[in-house]
Design a protein around this ligand. Structure first.
Ligand code: MN
Length: 447
């Protein structure tokens, strides 16, 4: 249940493209990754003599394969894993500790976009525990390389921030591990948002049916996946901070510079022939890993207020973060609006949400727009909420106070009109015509 295990499954499905040519970690890997965004996994054989992989979770279907789930069951599976936690086994020796390096100097860390503040580790899964608070936490944070043994870490005021603040109060550093090169289930679990106090490795282990193994770090009081490609051990300093950023985030725009805490690197270990995993900011992989756990939360919240939820999608153009489409089976007038309110409450960064009936495919943006065109009246079906807490990333919002306006669009059929008025027209067909369509499709594809 490792990254390389998943990669070899993907090799068999021809989902991996190997690039033998020498490619620079500065702009060249990210340029190629974004050129083929949403496409295959790109495996670079020679990035300053090292191996680098990107786009591992670059499609929803690959994530479904990784979690052994059908697309329509994915949200249920993610929600279930958050409720049925499994403690991973701790092993004594691990492939992720085969080789020890003095510092970060030899690792092919990428610089992604033109105005980025520098090279960034973007796929690091960070584990920390606080004996004081009695909690463990696992989450993903971007790490800017300041020098070979110092990183700046972006701490959004969520769980790891809370742990760090508790240590800062006592003037104590927080010991952490940063794992690079992990199975997609570990990334998804680390990107999910269970209540404070839940160790996200236990969610990952639940997703992996008990196959996740952890190992104790060599120099700090922390754990990391035994089968990771690379582990950085360090401390988040209680007192040292540095200017972090700018870096492109999910919306494809630059996030601003801020003073952020520093990670002092204490040890670097890796597999003998490790592959360095990167997630290019604003790539589909980035949006899917951030968005999927939020879709699951929206799915769960809307399920509680309407009889049935069919689909939830955070759209790619909305950064997998700001725009949602939810399809429901409406039973009574007003279900659509309750679904809108539940979705907005489930994911505080959500800005625009559209609710449609179950006959509309949430993955088909044209169909969603058609539902808005034929089933929505602004004076009756629109919700606007002013000055609510939103995302820090949206440049059109009040980024100082993190306030935004939210819109809910209820594009479900009104129940006071005959159903037939809203049905898409169809043309009768026969098996002979279906066969002809099939052969025409093949001819057109070859052409
Ligand atoms: Mn957490």
């Amino acid at each position: 249940m490792s990254l390389r295990g998943f990669l070899s499954e993907m090799e068999e499905r021809r989902e991996v493209v190997h690039i033998e040519e020498s490619v620079s970690p500065r702009f060249e890997v990210s340029k190629l990754a974004m050129e083929f965004d949403g496409g295959p996994i790109l495996f670079f054989e020679n990035v300053e003599g090292k191996k680098v992989v990107v786009n591992v979770c670059g499609s929803r279907d690959r994530i479904c394969l990784a979690l052994k789930s059908r697309r329509q069951d994915l949200h249920r599976k993610l929600v279930t894993s958050m409720h049925y936690l499994r403690t991973p086994e701790v092993v004594d020796s691990a492939p992720s500790q085969e080789v020890e390096e003095p510092d970060l100097g030899d690792i092919p860390i990428l610089t992604h976009f033109e105005k980025d503040g520098g090279p960034y580790i973007t796929s690091g899964v960070i584990y920390a525990r606080s004996s004081k608070l009695g909690v463990e936490n696992v989450s993903i944070h971007r790490l800017q390389v300041l020098d070979d043994s110092t990183l700046a870490i972006r701490l959004v005021p969520r769980h790891l921030y809370k742990l760090w603040m508790a240590h800062k109060m006592e003037k104590k550093d927080l010991e952490v591990s940063v794992s690079v090169g992990v199975h997609p289930a570990v990334h998804l679990a680390a990107a999910s948002s269970p209540p404070f106090g839940v160790n996200e490795f236990h969610i990952a282990n639940s997703l992996l049916a008990g196959e996740l193994k952890l190992v104790k770090c060599l120099k700090v009081d922390a754990y990391a996946p035994a089968e990771a490609e690379l582990i950085i051990e360090g401390i988040i300093s209680w007192e040292r901070e540095a200017l972090e950023g700018p870096l492109v985030d999910i919306l494809g725009t630059y996030d601003v510079q801020r003073m952020q805490p520093i990670v002092e690197v204490k040890a670097v270990t890796h597999r003998k022939d490790y592959v360095y995993q990167a997630i290019v900011p604003s790539s589909m992989e980035h949006k899917l890993l951030m968005g999927l756990p939020r879709e699951a939360l929206i799915w769960e919240a809307v399920s509680k207020v309407v009889p049935e939820v069919y689909g939830v999608r955070l759209t790619m153009a909305g950064g997998g973060w700001l725009h949602a489409v939810v399809s429901i089976r409406k039973q009574r007038e007003g279900d659509g609006k309750n679904a809108l309110l539940a979705a907005l409450a489930a994911h505080p960064s959500l800005k625009h949400v559209v609710v449609v009936d179950e006959d509309i495919d949430v993955y088909d943006s044209e169909a969603v727009e058609w539902a808005i065109a034929t089933r929505f009246q602004a004076d009756r079906d629109l919700i606007v909420v002013k000055d609510v807490r939103g995302s820090t990333l949206d440049p059109s919002s009040d980024q100082e106070r993190v306030l935004t306006s939210k819109v809910g669009v209820d594009a479900t059929k009104p129940m006071d009109k005959p159903k037939e008025k809203f049905e898409p027209a169809t043309i009768p067909s026969t098996s002979r015509i279906e066969g002809l369509i099939e052969s025409l499709r093949k001819r057109l594809a070859i052409r």
